[in-house]
Design a protein around this ligand. Structure first.
Ligand code: ADP
Ligand code: MG
Length: 629
């Protein structure tokens, strides 16, 4: 037996390891299992180059729990280590690097993930174990098996032992505070999280499976009996879809993999993108487009980041642009510097390139789908819309590409690209300043009469809805020349699309001033501004409008952005049609109470058309209307 000192230049690294990893103790298992996988992969490589001439056998990793002995063992049949190798790889750990790291990063965010980077992976075992043994037999013919043991102080012992199977057992004697890691379900949970797609089969315990009775026993119906047997429980799928070439995968395979990733998800994704990059960085992955519902937030943080099939994190905010976090799926890259702090990631050139590349791929895929099968793309549009709008708002390069496939639906259910729509409506909907005005509604139901009036004039009305609508509209107005948007209820049609030469007004200014107080007293004048406009005789006598600017401000406040306006007061225009015969008739009426009843009735009708007549006022309106019958 040999005893020695682990080469640690700091007094004692272990308390520091424990402290550092406090929040993330569970990753010890990820580190040890991936070391076991590495040891197996290395043996495969040696066998393929002819350096290892023995039998490979079935390479696998086993995690063994012994609750009574309070041990957790990670076993592999990989390359193993000789005493010299232990000395080199375990005792002379890069603790000088670790010391530097400790000084530099102590207390900083992300520090806990640095540990693997400095070769401290194995030592993370001491977060949960009071004693650790390495029992190993090297791949070399006639090698002597050895056991390394340490209790977490820099001292270790090295002994020769009996072990006749190739490979390594890492035995953790779990410490008292870490008793949770002696629970089967806890271990299973960690393996599910980090080891689900490791490239070498990983086994933990057994599971029950039902098979035909091996003795051929029959039940009453003469059928072979089904019996339950315990079989080894493999926790991982060593060949996940993203590691397979796209040509070898069918649509069903992608859907099946989606289910494997998100067993709790009930809805299939809309479509996927298989990423495969090897220059200037290595990256593979599959991104899925979910059907995005109005509630954008719940969709986030579904992309899982892997490094060589080892799960790292599901928070990818630093690696992909924010709008892409709405997607689901997997990104695997050995080149992403996973083991450094978040702020470093954000400024890292490689990470920026990855992010730009993914954005480009996503835009290209959408453009390709649009070109290939427009009908299918249109069918998917309603589910894609928020994603594309979000992308256009947050990334100018994406916006540039998206202009060719971003669609606008009209009230007849037809879809146009922005350019197509502009071309369609230009002849009728160009105003006197040469701007093409897109009329829109967020709800056909709510704006029925406004939409009808617009359509009666031959105008098209677009349906633009969703939480990002008004932000997106502003963006389009800024980036598409000569295009402006107006909601159908923002003003009278003649003012929404102003043409040369206004209609003359039948009412004189004096007559308007005479009538104005009547209307003002019919409504809450904090909220409504009464104005007269010369509209067509066939238009409604009164309409309630909400100026485009005020409404957009309110909407944008509601969904973030532009907070400095404070609470914007809700205000409307009560527009009186100065050419309507019913309005003109009021002038000739002498009975004041009859006049105000008429005015009330007319304003109520206008409110009703906007869905703004409610409660007691609505009730009064109904009663008044009945009295007219
Ligand atoms: P890293 O994996 O980053 O190299 P670790 O601290 O996890 O750092 O492991 C240190 C070294 O110990 C490994 O590089 C490897 O040479 C050796 N090692 C660890 N676990 C095993 C194992 N199960 N079989 C063979 N060698 C191992
Ligand atoms: Mg390691």
């Amino acid at each position: 037996m040999k005893t020695g000192q682990i080469h640690v230049s700091t007094e004692n690294i272990f308390p520091i390891i424990k402290k550092f990893l406090y929040s993330d103790h569970e990753i010890f298992l990820r580190e040890l299992v991936s070391n076991a996988v590495d040891a197996s992969q290395k043996l495969k490589v040696l066998a393929s180059t002819g350096e290892y001439k023995g039998e490979l056998g079935e390479l696998k990793v086993e995690v063994l729990l012994d609750k009574e002995a309070k041990t957790l063992t990670i076993r592999d049949n990989g390359i193993g280590m000789t005493a010299e190798e232990i000395d080199k790889y375990i005792n002379q750990i890069a603790f000088s690097g670790a010391e530097e790291f400790v000084k530099q990063y102590e207390g900083k965010e992300g520090a806990e993930s640095i540990i693997g980077h400095f070769g401290l992976g194995f030592y993370s075992a001491f977060m949960v174990a009071e004693k650790v043994q390495i029992r190993t037999l090297s791949r070399h013919e006639g090698a002597q098996a050895v056991q390394w043991e340490s209790n977490g102080s820099p001292e270790f012992t090295l002994t020769e032992i009996e072990k006749d199977t190739r490979g390594t057992d890492i035995v953790l004697f779990i410490n008292e505070e870490s008793a949770e890691f002696l629970e089967k379900s806890r271990i299973q949970g960690i393996l599910d999280k980090y080891c689900k797609f490791l490239p070498i089969p990983v086994f933990f315990g057994t599971k029950v499976e039902y098979i035909d009775s091996p003795e051929g026993e029959k039940d009453e119906d003469g059928k072979v009996k089904r019996v339950s047997v315990d079989v080894p429980n493999q926790v991982n799928n060593p060949k996940p879809a993203w590691t397979i070439a796209p040509v070898d995968l069918k649509d069903e395979d992608y859907t099946a993999f989606y289910r494997e990733l998100y067993p709790m998800s009930f809805e299939d994704p809309l479509f996927h993108i298989h990423l495969n990059v090897d220059y200037p960085f290595n990256l593979t992955g599959i991104l899925y487009f979910p059907k995005i519902k109005e509630n954008v937030e719940v969709q986030r943080n579904k992309i899982n980041l892997y490094s060589n099939q080892v799960f790292i994190t599901d928070s990818v905010a630093e690696i992909v642009p924010e709008f892409l976090t709405l997607l689901h799926g997997v990104i695997d890259s050995p080149d992403i510097p996973l083991n450094v702090s978040r702020s470093y990631l954000q400024s890292d050139g490689n990470v920026k390139k990855i992010s730009a590349h993914i954005t480009k791929k996503v835009a290209d895929k959408l453009a390709e789908m649009f070109k290939k099968d427009r009908a299918d793309f249109e069918a998917k549009w309603d589910d894609l819309k928020i994603f594309v709008e979000y992308g256009m708002l947050s990334d100018d390069k994406f916006a540039e590409k998206a202009k060719t496939f971003a669609l606008i639906k009209n009230t007849d259910g037809k879809y146009y690209t922005i350019e197509e729509l502009e071309e369609q409506i230009a002849p009728l909907q160009t105003n006197k300043d040469g701007k093409v005005v897109v009329l829109y509604t967020h709800s056909l139901e709510e704006h029925f009469s406004f939409v009808k009036q617009a359509k009666d004039r031959g105008y098209q009305v677009a349906v633009i809805d969703g939480p990002l609508a008004s932000h997106w509209i502003s963006k389009m107005e800024q980036t598409v020349e000569n295009l402006s948007f107006a909601r159908v209820d923002a003003d009278t049609l003649d003012h929404l699309i102003q043409k040369e030469g206004e209609l003359p007004s039948k009412l004189t200014e004096e007559q308007q001033s005479e009538l104005k107080p009547l209307f003002e007293s019919a409504v809450d004048n904090q909220k409504f501004k009464v104005e007269f406009k010369s509209m067509s005789e066939s238009d409604a006598p009164i309409i309630v409008t909400q100026p485009e600017f005020i409404r957009r401000m309110m909407e944008q406040q509601k969904y973030g952005g532009g907070g400095f306006f404070g609470a914007f007061p809700e205000t409307y225009n009560l527009v009186v049609n100065a050419n309507h015969q019913k309005v003109e008739a009021l002038l000739k009426m002498s009975d004041d109470s009859e006049k105000s009843t008429k005015v009330k009735q007319l304003t109520d009708l206008a409110l009703l058309a906007q869905g703004m007549l409610k409660g007691e006022e609505l009730n009064k309106f109904i009663e008044r209307s009945i009295s007219f019958v």
